[in-house]
Design a protein around this ligand. Structure first.
Ligand SMILES: Cc1cc2nc3c(=O)[nH]c(=O)nc-3n(C[C@H](O)[C@H](O)[C@H](O)COP(=O)(O)OP(=O)(O)OC[C@H]3O[C@@H](n4cnc5c(N)ncnc54)[C@H](O)[C@@H]3O)c2cc1C
Length: 418
């Protein structure tokens, strides 16, 4: 198997390396190696550097302030950044640029692109994602947050939950019910809603790692202009799914790097405690090593699809299931290696974000405890493991579909929840 890249990709790689050498602080050891109190300041100025160099929305067309990179260049850039533990974006950008920005470019009117894209890039508009509700997670189409038309505006009433980065956002993209008499996948519209208004209340939820990462968002007669419906009235299901497609892109090609670094820390930890002499620990580490290698080569497979311009497809559920289980195994192994010390929380740094810790993070019991906690919801967000298994069973293996309980309109289906 030839995994080498064409010469033009290697040429671009040299440019990225030069950019990083010229712009990163001296002695750069990864974002995780920065003093936690300096991280926010660094991220803010680094975001500006990326934007000034057209690398913040690297794949967006130049006319919208992007870098106009080809898919291959984008992958090369992601690889070089990931290898050195360099952030590719700032706070909320996963939602603002990666999700809704891309979706606005796909579905938006010229006026919407003109209004939102420059302000997303400048960091003036910071988005969070308002999809999940207490009765609508895996079954997202069951959502009940309502938007009623009132002249040139819609009035929103209802609740969203698990809204990541809700307190640092000033805009929220919301899927809301605009017609209760349609079947549940229809009668939904997609709104771009300003959060700085009296009808919106954001309440933080503290998770078991002590992070206030996600929130509940309550809408009580909140208002949004009809001009902020994205992709057309009652077309929110299609728009919402376009957005979810952007969740899994170039990431697959570089994802193993973070886990590889974390596994390296586990090996270091096992050596320092002597657990590396324990045959059972050795066996677990060997299995994790094999899993990281599988992730790497599966990433190459996903990359091939991506470069061929194909959508990730239902096979991407295998990757989601795989990494989330592996991360739990890895962090459980670390906690076993640490023994009672793992419960001390010694050397904990506050870190946001999910997945493996940023490269350079100190190898301390407290940081392992945080990773152990952070690995738990990995099998829930971005689609639960059970739902991934359904997708793999039905759409990859061709097994019979699970019975669908709902029929009729959304209003009729609510009888199931009483
Ligand atoms: C860290 C984190 C961050 C998140 N961030 C956001 C965010 O920013 N914005 C947002 O909108 N949402 C966010 N979410 C919510 C996330 O999308 C949902 O938690 C997820 O979709 C699951 O929905 P649920 O929690 O309602 O669980 P449910 O859907 O109620 O599932 C409960 C259990 O039933 C199982 N189950 C459900 N359906 C089936 C089925 N058909 N077959 C077999 N088993 C099934 C599930 O696997 C699970 O074990 C976040 C969640 C987490 C954990």
């Amino acid at each position: 198997m030839d995994l080498s890249y064409p010469p033009e990709a290697e040429e671009y790689r040299s440019k990225v390396k030069a950019f990083l050498a010229d712009n990163l602080p001296e002695g750069w050891g990864g974002y995780g190696a920065l003093d936690p109190s300096e991280r926010d300041v660094f991220l803010k100025s680094w975001r500006e550097t990326l934007n000034d160099n057209k690398l913040l929305a690297a794949n967006w067309p130049a006319e919208y302030g992007g870098g106009g990179l080809t898919n291959l260049e984008r992958v090369v850039m992601a690889e070089e950044f990931a290898a050195l533990g360099v952030p590719t974006a700032g706070a909320n950008d996963a939602f603002s640029i990666g999700m809704v920005g891309n979706t606005i470019l796909h579905w938006g009117t010229d006026e919407q692109k003109e209004e939102f894209i420059p302000k997303i890039l400048s960091g003036e508009y910071l988005f969070c994602q308002g999809y999940s509700e207490p009765n609508a997670g895996s079954d997202l189409a069951n959502l009940g947050c309502k938007a009623d038309k009132d002249g040139d505006e819609f009035v929103l009433n209802g609740q969203k939950i698990w809204t990541s980065a809700g307190t640092s956002a000033n805009w929220i993209f919301v899927m809301a019910r605009t017609d209760v008499d349609q079947p549940k996948h229809k009668g939904i519209s997609f709104f771009l809603v300003p959060m700085d208004q009296p009808g919106i209340e954001v309440r933080q939820i503290t998770n078991m790692a002590g992070q206030n990462h996600f929130c509940e968002v309550f809408f009580t007669d909140a208002r949004v202009s009809a001009e902020n419906v994205l992709g057309g009235y009652n077309n929110g299901w299609a728009v919402g799914n376009t957005l979810l497609g952007f969740e899994r892109g170039v990431g697959a090609a570089t994802q193993h790097l973070g886990f590889e670094a974390e596994l390296g820390q586990l090996v270091e930890l096992a050596r320092s405690t002597g657990a590396n002499e324990d045959p059972l620990v050795r066996q677990r580490i060997a299995k994790l090593h094999a899993q990281v290698q599988i992730m790497k080569y599966r990433g190459k497979q996903a990359l091939t699809r991506y470069l061929a311009g194909k959508a990730p497809g239902p096979e991407s559920s295998i990757g989601k299931l795989f990494w989330s289980n592996m991360h739990q195994e890895l962090t459980e192994c670390a906690m076993d290696v640490l023994g009672a010390e793992g419960m001390t929380g010694y050397g904990t740094e506050t870190r946001g974000g999910l997945g493996p810790p940023p490269i350079g993070t100190a190898n301390t019991p407290g940081n392992w405890m945080a990773s152990f906690f952070i690995a738990r919801p990995g099998t829930i967000y971005a689609g639960t493991s059970e739902v991934q298994k359904n997708i793999i069973g039905e759409r990859v293996l061709g097994l019979p579909r699970e019975p669908r309980a709902d029929s009729g309109t959304w209003k009729e289906s609510q009888a199931n929840y009483k």
